[in-house]
Ligand binder design. Structure first.
Ligand SMILES: [Zn+2]
Ligand SMILES: [Zn+2]
Length: 661
């Protein structure tokens, strides 16, 4: 637990806003109890969401369909008040038990709240229990929560009086006046913008639980003080809390870091460094399958494959604007000498692929006859995530984007956009990801952070809306979620635990063609500017595989399983036959192996179950005699004895149809 939501999203610029790019996990930068930025749900966070109905498909989790509605904080005014208030009550309890602990910030998050403390000793499990007990006492005292407006000077005076230096810094960052203070009776107060319950007694002590402690830096800055962050959750009812805990437990069971290790898909090495996964043979098979699958789809749809280098002159990223805006998130400059370093000349690892594809486009004067030009690459990019923020495949420093850039004429935008969406839907379909909706990420017309003419925006947003309506997709609008250069269509996937993940994204971009002065010769001979579409159905391979492992609970569909069939034997004397069948299977591109462990059959079956092998073919005397296999599948259990020839045929068909055996 303890995955946090932050308010420090990376902003939106070109492919930096592809979902593979995760927000920095620093504490909220705003004043006490800040509102987490709404854009955070764009990202790969373990959110619990509403909408019942999905049943985990895994054969080892026969639990009931999830029925209970669990709103997120930002969907419920009541939860907002509960979690805000709980965070104050927790801070008061901490300072009661640990008078030397200093308070910093304590916002609500998706499923609860946290508060950061400066305390000389880390809090222990035992401390958490004591703090929770103390919170119950505060709840039972039914302290009124009183709002007070004060001047800046008065707030300063009071903070100095209680000697809370962090609060002083927070006060400095609050620009609006009047300053609001919230009191818990006459016992404790905090700078805060609210809202809160009217009385601590309105909190339900049976629906509150302190969950974990984690280290966090003040202001998310590793050079600043190390703080202790206590995470808690608070709900309206004990039943909600119980459901939340059930989902959390199930999420642990499905954790891709745990399953990835058990299934032998990837590893991390301290000597290689954090955030840099190493793909083992089985994981590489999985990766290649996904890559090949998408490459095939793309070839059918007229995409042109390209390969571009992993490093480039930093100047390239100065033109795109990334160096100026996102230097912090890029690996440092590789300069030849100090003088070059001082002038910011040298090379850098690529944080995105677009400028490279643009160079290929620009290498010749293009005619309208060549458009749309769809350049595609599985491009590995590198971004400098803080080491404290890395975890499994969800936050990595090097990842492969299933990237493509389409250069289109303005007239082609609609149909090309539709084609891209169609491709993405077909990809999700083959991956058996059914429960998703599309977010139309549009600009906020009241905001001035967007570039480009109104007309271009209307056109681009219109293209997105028309595509979605034409395809009859479930969708919603995210006003203010656009990239600054153009609107996006984001695919939000809801998994078996009703967590939301952002998968693919399609972005319409008028900005980079401008910055790189892209042109084509139009039918009338004039030079025109193309529009760019950035798109990535997977987002990144790493992230997608992380999501798939959790969604399937490790139980990959047949076509994606690293090992599709395993031949087990009643005794070693049948091994030659098993090996021969496995070989036949492999010659038909079925990934098969014989169990040569010499274990008893029961153990072999258990191992195959554990390794989540979709199809087991058991060989005994009768099978050898009749050239058949006793088949057992993960999807359907015992299927009895089936002739080898038929097994091969059925396997082949199931794999090519993306279905079960
Ligand atoms: Zn508050
Ligand atoms: Zn791009």
């Amino acid at each position: 637990m303890g995955r946090m939501i932050d308010s420090n999203s990376p902003g939106s610029l070109c492919c930096f806003c592809l979902p593979a790019f995760l927000p920095k996990s620093s504490p909220a930068q705003d004043p006490t109890c800040p509102m987490p930025d709404a854009t955070i749900i764009n990202f790969f966070l373990r959110n619990m969401v509403q909408q019942p109905s999905i049943k985990p498909e895994s054969t080892d989790s026969p639990e009931q369909p999830v029925k209970m509605y669990l709103p997120r904080t930002n969907e419920s005014e009541t939860l907002k008040k509960i979690r805000h208030t709980a965070s104050h009550v927790m801070a008061m309890a901490v300072q009661k038990l640990f008078p030397k602990a200093q308070v910093t910030i304590g916002p609500w998050i998706e499923n609860g709240f946290y508060y950061d403390f400066d305390n000389s000793e880390p809090f222990t499990e035992k401390d958490l229990k004591a703090i929770q007990k103390e919170m119950v006492k505060i709840v039972n005292r039914k302290l009124p929560v009183i709002r007070e407006e004060v001047t800046r000077e008065e707030a300063q005076r009071r903070i100095k009086e209680i000697n809370e230096p962090y609060k002083l810094e927070i006060l400095e960052s609050i620009k609006e006046e009047p300053i609001t203070i919230y009191h818990l009776g006459d016992q404790w107060w905090d700078l805060c913008a609210g809202p809160h319950l009217e009385n601590t007694g309105e909190l339900n002590p049976k629906a509150i639980e302190l969950e974990s402690v984690a280290g966090a830096y003040w202001r998310g800055d590793a050079t600043k003080a190390q703080l202790q962050r206590i995470y808690g959750t608070a709900w309206e009812t004990a039943e909600q809390l119980a459901e939340y805990k059930r989902r959390k437990e199930e999420a642990l069971r499905r954790d891709h870091r745990k399953l990835g290790k058990e299934l032998g898909l990837f590893i991390f090495s301290d000597d290689v460094g954090p955030g840099l996964p190493l793909w083992t043979p089985k994981g590489t098979v999985l990766r290649s399958l996904l890559e090949d699958f998408l490459k095939q789809e793309q070839l059918k749809r007229g995409y042109l494959p390209v390969v571009t280098p992993h490093i480039a002159k930093v100047d390239l990223f100065k033109i795109s604007g990334h160096w100026q805006k996102y230097k912090e998130d890029m690996f440092p400059l590789m300069a030849e000498d100090e003088q070059s370093a001082a002038k910011e000349e040298g090379f850098t690892l690529k944080p995105m692929n677009c400028p490279f594809h643009i160079q290929i486009y620009k290498s010749e004067l293009r005619s309208y006859r060549e458009l749309p030009m769809r350049l595609a690459e599985f491009g590995t990019v590198y971004r400098y995530e803080q080491s404290g923020e890395l975890g499994g495949l969800t936050r990595v420093r090097g990842f492969t984007v299933d990237d493509s850039h389409l250069f289109v004429t303005p007239e082609q935008l609609d149909s090309e956009f539709l084609n891209v969406v169609d491709l993405i839907l077909s990809v999700f379909n083959k991956l058996q990801l059914k429960n998703f909706k599309a977010r139309l990420s549009f600009r906020d017309p009241a905001s001035d952070k967007y570039i480009g003419a109104d007309e271009a925006w209307e056109k681009a947003q219109g293209a997105i809306r028309r595509a979605v309506e034409k395809l009859g997709m479930e969708h919603f609008e995210g006003i203010g979620e656009a990239a600054f250069y153009g609107p996006k269509l984001d695919f939000i996937f809801r998994d078996a635990l009703e967590r939301e993940w952002q998968l693919g994204t399609v972005q319409v971009d008028y900005n980079l063609p401008e910055r790189f002065e892209l042109e084509y010769v139009a039918e009338d001979g004039t030079r025109q500017r193309p529009v760019m579409i950035h798109r990535a159905p997977f987002g990144s391979l790493e992230r997608l595989i992380g999501i798939l492992i959790e969604e399937y609970a490790g139980d990959f569909p047949l076509w994606l399983s690293p090992i599709q069939a395993r031949l087990l034997t009643v005794s070693d004397e049948f091994l030659p036959f098993a090996k021969e069948v496995a070989e036949k299977m492999r010659s038909l591109n079925i990934r098969a192996e014989a169990d040569t462990s010499g274990e008893r059959l029961g153990k072999q079956i258990r191992n195959a179950e554990k390794d989540k092998i979709p199809v087991m073919g058991i060989v005994g005397a009768k099978e050898v005699e009749t050239d058949s296999l006793s088949i057992r599948t993960r999807a359907a259990g015992e299927l009895g004895s089936i002739p080898v020839a038929e097994v091969l045929e059925r396997l082949k068909n199931a794999i090519s149809n993306y279905s079960n055996f």
